[in-house]
Design a protein around this ligand. Structure first.
Ligand code: APR
Length: 315
């Protein structure tokens, strides 16, 4: 039987993700959105590209969940995106309700799926999906680190004037102002970045990567990034569906690793058929450890805010 990937939310990130996965040809794709006709229209358009691309992917668009039954992976992109002047955290109240609702509907039909959360604020939305699904933490993973790292890698490649393929790096921590780019793990074809760029320039690149999402929101004005986010999701889908066991920076629920417990934070993980098969604990410098813990604290703050918002909604 063919594998099935469901994408909830057929907006910019969702539709682009569906396109990237459909073009790979290894899984059928179901696209779900609340807007009548929109996921159906996008799915039909994507299907009509199949003969040109030579893929036999079945692509279904729907406003209900029946077609999502027995998905291997469900990507959650539903929610609102940032506009200029908004932080990811400004999306909290709206997106927590949406993510909770869609997760509940998805897991009823796909109890064995791996959930990839994309909606922002990412780390907090992972908590919502984990709680609403009742899944083991290894089957609820967030997309942020690959995107943040890709932004950082692309700026380094530009500064050093080499192929992006030769840049290895990690950006850990939360998907936001507290992300932690690791200069100590940044190499260009194995050469430490410090040997190729002055510290001032590395710091400027780190700063640009940290604000990479806001830079795009500022240019687009009506929404946020989607090409790079969908490329990052597709890399995660590849690793899970093809059981590649890639080591990729993703948001994972930690249970003591890096001295952090019961919170989602971006760390290197091994992604395979079972979802997160291992959280990789790499050696960090003291300041990097501190920055990662600070990042975890910021996520904990958002989780507390969600508890407060829920209480207020009830009273
Ligand atoms: N069920 C299904 N789809 C929903 C629901 C719901 N309950 N609520 C909203 N949506 C859909 C919207 O109708 C819209 O088509 O989610 C889609 C979101 O698409 P966009 O507005 O284009 O936003 P996008 O850029 O795709 O970002 C989606 O990903 O990167 C994050 O911060 C970003 O949280 C945002 C999410």
């Amino acid at each position: 039987m063919r594998k099935k990937v469901t994408v909830i939310g057929a907006g910019n990130v969702g539709a682009t993700t569906a396109q990237r996965i459909a073009e790979r040809g290894y899984a059928d794709v179901v696209l779900v959105d609340i807007i009548k006709g929109m996921p159906q229209g996008k799915a039909l358009d994507l299907s009509e590209a199949s003969p040109v691309l030579g893929v036999d992917t079945q692509i279904t668009g729907s406003n209900s969940y029946a077609a999502t039954r027995n998905s291997d992976i469900v990507v959650i992109t539903s929610g609102i995106a940032r506009r200029p002047g908004m932080s990811r955290d400004d999306l909290l109240a709206t997106n927590m309700a949406i993510v909770e609702d869609v997760t509940t509907k998805v897991v009823q039909r796909s109890p064995k799926a791996v959930l990839i959360v994309v909606s922002n604020p990412l780390d907090a939305m992972c908590h919502v999906a984990l709680t609403a699904s009742g899944f083991p933490a290894k089957r609820v993973v967030g997309m942020a680190g690959i995107l943040d790292t890709a932004r950082y890698r692309s700026f380094i490649a530009e500064a050093v004037d080499v192929s992006v393929e030769d840049i290895n790096a990690y950006v850990l921590g939360g998907h936001g102002d507290t992300m932690v780019p690791l200069a100590s793990y940044t190499t260009v074809a194995g050469i430490p970045i410090g040997e190729l760029l002055p510290k001032k320039e590395i710091d400027a690149i780190i700063d640009r990567a940290r604000n990479g999402g806001a830079e795009i929101v500022g240019l687009l004005k009506t929404g946020s990034a989607f090409y790079a986010p969908s490329a990052a999701v597709a890399e995660m889908v590849d690793s899970i569906l093809l059981d590649k066991k890639r080591i990729l920076p993703c948001a994972a629920y930690l249970s003591g690793q890096y001295g952090i417990k019961n919170v989602y934070v971006g760390v290197p993980v091994k992604l395979g058929a079972g979802g997160i098969e291992q959280v990789m604990e790499i050696k960090l410098a003291a300041d990097e450890k501190r920055a990662l813990r600070r990042s975890a604290k910021a996520v904990e703050g958002l989780v507390k805010d969600m508890v407060r918002l829920r209480r207020e909604a009830k009273s």
